[in-house]
Design a protein around this ligand. Structure first.
Ligand code: ZN
Length: 345
């Protein structure tokens, strides 16, 4: 596994709607690993193998992360914000943040006090970011309304192949889909293999819509993170019995294609790999839902990486699970054939 590339992605700001920096790194990285590497107007990067094949398989991992966006500046120069995606507002006060401006990154401290700490109903609009500005005019000389904000933290290695960082959701998925494509080339995949690192999953789903509408895949697989039941405060009645380090998670849900799940399980058993199963009702809340409803409709599956503390600045995942997902999905690419029949009977 190319840890250097993974950690580089995990150290790059990519708050939803502001993904160009991370997408450019992926675009450059994939140049010698695919037959074609494309970028569209939103910044979605799609790498392809065998682009002349009429049968197309699309893997999607989203490159964007949750965060904040500057909405206003008060007369004292404190930044006011709204949320981009499903943040835990109470995790922000007392922490350092990065503000991604057109002139580069500047830093801020999120105001905290005993009063703020007592407010369990804290909203994003209650947060104030101190950038050291003298007043509103001074702040606006450095920051524009619409600039995005993330925690000022990157990735750290823990024991037993675990890593912690902000927004492993879903930059580890973005890493996996591109590594799986590179590996599928080595395994001699014959169908059209496409991997996209999508924009906007946490807010609008526009990246998956643009990509699937244009690639027109026969099959799509969303690669994202999922909740686990191996940490305190989480019920397995909600999440199923899912644990970090126990392998990729295959999702059963009314819209997910049963035959695709069966093929994924066959690939795992061929590799001697353990997989986990989650059951979910309704929509998956991933790019899979979006890709499914493009064009004439696209059968899809969801492969997830187990993740503790999702949407917190200290998400925890496992390098072993990441490698297993790469192996599973490259095997899936290589096992697809142009005459695959996905009808249930
Ligand atoms: Zn996600």
């Amino acid at each position: 596994m190319n840890r250097e590339f993974l950690y580089d992605l995990l150290s790059t700001g990519s708050v939803s709607g502001n993904e160009a920096a991370i997408e450019k790194k992926i675009y450059d990285h994939m140049q010698d690993k695919a037959d074609q590497v494309m970028v569209d107007e939103l910044g979605n990067v799609t790498a392809a193998l065998n682009p002349s094949s009429p049968f197309k398989v699309l893997l999607a991992g989203h490159a964007d992360e949750i965060g904040l966006m500057v909405t206003a500046v008060d007369s004292d120069g404190y930044l006011m914000v709204t949320n981009l995606g499903g943040i835990y507002t109470t995790t922000y006060p007392g922490h350092k943040v990065r503000i991604y401006t057109k002139d580069g990154t500047i830093y801020g401290a999120v105001a905290n006090s005993r009063e703020i700490a007592k407010n369990s109903e804290l909203k994003a609009s209650d947060l104030r970011i101190d950038i050291g500005a003298k007043d509103r005019e001074d702040a606006l000389a450095h920051v524009e309304l619409g600039d995005t904000v993330s925690f000022d933290t990157d990735v750290r290695e823990l024991l037993n192949d675990c890593i912690t960082g902000r927004a492993l959701d879903d930059r580890i998925g973005a890493f996996i889909v591109m590594e799986a494509l590179a590996e599928a080339r080595r395994k001699g995949a014959t169908v059209g293999c496409y991997s996209v690192t999508t924009t906007g999953e946490e807010t609008t789903g526009n990246g998956a819509f643009f990509t699937a509408s244009r690639v027109k895949p026969n099959i799509a697989i969303a690669v994202d993170v999922t909740y686990t039941s191996d940490n305190c405060g989480i019920s397995n009645a909600l999440t199923g019995d899912i644990a970090v380090g126990k392998g990729p998670v295959i999702c059963n849900n009314p819209s997910i294609h049963k035959k695709l799940n069966a093929i994924l399980r066959d690939c795992a058993s061929k590799l001697g790999m353990a997989v986990q199963t989650e059951a979910a009702n309704g929509r998956t809340g991933t790019d899979g839902d979006t890709m499914h409803l493009t064009g004439i409709g696209v059968p899809f599956a969801l492969v997830s990486i187990p993740l503790r503390y999702m949407h917190n600045p200290c998400e925890v995942g496992s390098l072993k699970d990441i490698q297993d997902c790469i192996d599973l999905l490259s095997e899936f690419f290589a096992s697809c054939t142009e005459d695959m029949d996905l009808k249930p009977f």
